[in-house]
Write a protein that binds this ligand. Sequence first.
Ligand code: ZN
Ligand code: ZN
Length: 175
Amino acid sequence: MRRVHAPWVGRRRRREGDAVTDDLRRAAERFEAKVSPEPMSGCWLWMGPVSTGRGKGYGEFAFDGQMIRAHRAAWQIYRGPIPDGLWVLHRCDVRCCVNPDHLFLGTAYDNMRDAAAKRRLAAQKKTHCVRGHAFAEHAVITKRGHRDCVVCRKEWEATHRPRQSPAPSRAPEER
Ligand SMILES: [Zn+2]
Ligand SMILES: [Zn+2]
């Protein structure tokens, strides 16, 4: 697919030079055998094992003696070492994509900010509330800058407004 970059892998092995490059080339061959390029998006979809449970949907790949996320392996095979504390993030938002061109390095904070921006974008694309009222007619902007459906909100308020509770009637005291 592309020439393996990186006469590095682990500082401890830098001196071994050629051996390291061979290791990487072999890793790249094993890696590419599990990749299926998707022509429309350009994503390299991971056909190997995929993580389950919390954080599910990420490819997994044995690299340098341990199972790691496949997109992190992609970075190391095609780009170079991942600096300490940095995350490998997806531009394309496809967890099982391992195309190095779709990946970028960022901090945990970048990851959160990126996810929030994508959520906002998805929210802006919505034209109707969950119950199908058009935002064009019924939207109000909330204090936090979100759009909210007036129709749904009024209904909710009508059913949830606390009743004017009658003054507690005290049982007549016995004398
Ligand atoms: Zn992708
Ligand atoms: Zn609504």
